[in-house]
Design a protein around this ligand. Structure first.
Ligand SMILES: Cc1ncc(COP(=O)(O)O)c(C=O)c1O
Length: 365
C-alpha cells in the first residue's frame, strides 16, 4: 500500500471511551461520562420531535445547501445567508478550510495545546505547522502574530480553548486582526461560545464586516445537545464561504440533522437553561477544586482542565474503575485531567470519587 508519506504517522483520533464499553469491561452498572464535553441535559424536545418527523423523508436526499436551516440561522444571528456554510460537525468545516486554503509548504499557526483537528487537517494537506506556546493556559495572540510570515495561510484561534477553557478578549482579538495581513485567514473556533459569561468575550459576528479574513466556527454538538447528528457551521465573508463550498461534498449534512438543528435553534429557552445550569455547576466544581487545593484554569466552557497532582493517566484509570470517564494525556500538562461539567448529581458523585483517588495517592506517598 502506498499511503501518502506525510500522513503515515498521523495519530488516529481517540474519542472519549464509550459508556457501554466501560460498563462491560469493568463490570460496572453505572458509568458517568465526563470526557467529551457533551450536553448532560440532552437536547430540546422540539429537536427530538423534528427528528421523528423528518425520519419519514429518509428516502429523499437532503438539501445540499441547507436552505431552510441557513435562512433560520442567518435570521437568528443577523447575518446574510451567503455568509454561512454547513458541515458534518464543525470538524468538517475545519477539514474543508484546510482543504481549500492550505497547500504543501504553506504555514499555519496554532497554539501548542488546542483542538487537535487543526493540526490533523494541516498535516493531511502537508502544510507546515507553527505552534505557539500557551501562556498560563491562554493563547498568546501577540506571539501568534509575530509568527506570521508571507507563507502563513491560516491562524487557528480556539475561544474558549479546548482543553484549557480560556478565551481571547475583544481587545486582544481586535488588535490581532488589525495587524494580521488580510491574505491570512483567522479561524476563530467558537464551539463553546454559548457557555461564556466573561463580558470581555468578543461578539465575533459584529466583527465580520470589518475583517473579511475572519471565520467563526459554531456547532450544534455542545449547548444544543445534538453531537450525534453531526452538524456545525462556519460564518464568514461570502468569498470565504464560496471557497469552502468548492470542496464541500454535495450532501454533507443529513436531513434529520438539518431539521433537528432548525428546531433546536427555535428553542432558546432550552439553551438558556443549559447555560445557567453549566454556570452553576462550573462554580460548584471550581469551588470544590479550591477546597481540595487543586489548581485549574478558570473555565469559560463546559469543561475544566484540573491539576490532580499525579500523572493524569493514573487519575484517569483510578476514576475509570469508579465509573467516571474523563480525559487525560495532555503532554504539555501531564498532571492535568479534563473534566466535562456534568449535572449536579454527576458532579457531586465525581467529586466524591476524586477525593477517594486523591486520598489513595496520599497514602501511597
Ligand atoms: C473546539 C472544538 N471545535 C470543534 C469541535 C467539533 O465539533 P463538532 O462536533 O461540531 O464536529 C469540537 C468538538 O469537541 C471542539 O472542541
Amino acid at each position: 500500500m502506498n499511503t501518502k508519506r506525510h500522513i503515515v504517522d498521523l495519530p488516529v483520533y481517540q474519542p472519549g471511551k464509550p459508556v457501554d464499553d466501560v460498563k462491560r469491561e469493568l463490570g460496572l452498572s453505572e458509568v458517568i461520562k465526563l470526557a467529551s464535553n457533551e450536553n448532560p441535559y440532552g437536547s430540546s424536545p422540539l429537536a427530538k420531535q423534528a427528528i421523528l418527523t423528518e425520519i419519514e423523508n429518509s428516502n429523499i436526499y437532503p438539501d445540499g445547501a441547507s436552505v431552510e436551516l441557513t435562512a433560520a440561522t442567518a435570521g437568528h444571528l443577523g447575518v446574510r445567508p451567503e455568509q454561512l456554510i454547513w458541515g458534518n460537525g464543525a470538524d468538517e468545516i475545519i477539514l474543508m478550510l484546510a482543504r481549500s486554503f492550505l497547500e504543501p509548504g504553506d504555514e499555519t499557526i496554532m497554539a501548542d495545546l488546542t483542538f487537535s483537528q487543526y493540526r490533523h487537517n494541516a498535516v493531511v494537506e502537508n502544510a507546515a505547522i507553527v505552534e505557539v506556546p500557551l501562556a498560563d493556559g491562554k493563547q498568546d495572540l501577540p506571539a501568534m502574530l509575530a509568527a506570521v510570515t508571507d507563507r502563513t495561510k491560516i491562524v487557528w484561534i480556539c475561544s474558549p480553548n479546548n482543553p484549557t477553557g480560556t478565551i481571547v478578549t475583544e481587545r486582544e482579538l481586535v488588535s490581532f486582526l488589525d495587524a494580521l495581513p488580510k491574505s491570512v485567514l483567522c479561524v476563530l473556533d467558537e464551539a463553546y461560545c454559548h457557555f461564556v459569561d466573561d463580558p470581555d468575550y468578543p461578539d465575533s459576528i459584529r466583527l465580520l464586516d470589518r475583517y473579511p479574513n475572519l471565520v467563526s466556527l459554531r456547532t450544534f454538538s455542545k449547548i444544543y445537545g445534538l453531537a450525534a447528528l453531526r452538524i456545525g457551521y462556519g460564518i464568514a465573508h461570502p468569498d470565504v464561504i464560496h471557497a469552502i463550498n468548492l470542496v464541500r461534498e454535495p450532501f454533507n449534512t443529513a436531513r434529520v440533522s438539518q431539521a433537528a438543528a432548525k428546531a433546536a435553534l427555535s428553542d432558546q429557552a432550552f439553551v438558556d437553561s443549559c447555560r445557567e445550569n453549566n454556570l452553576l455547576q462550573r462554580d460548584y466544581l471550581q469551588g470544590e477544586f479550591d477546597r481540595l487545593g487543586l489548581a485549574y484554569f478558570p473555565t469559560q466552557a463546559n469543561f475544566i482542565l484540573v491539576d490532580v497532582g499525579m500523572p493524569s493517566r493514573e487519575a484517569f484509570d483510578r476514576l475509570l474503575r469508579r465509573g467516571f470517564i474523563t480525559r487525560a494525556g495532555w503532554s504539555k500538562y501531564p498532571n492535568r485531567l479534563r473534566v466535562s461539567i456534568g449535572t449536579a448529581e454527576d458532579n457531586i458523585k465525581f467529586v466524591a470519587a476524586l477525593e477517594e483517588v486523591l486520598k489513595e495517592a496520599t497514602v501511597r506517598k
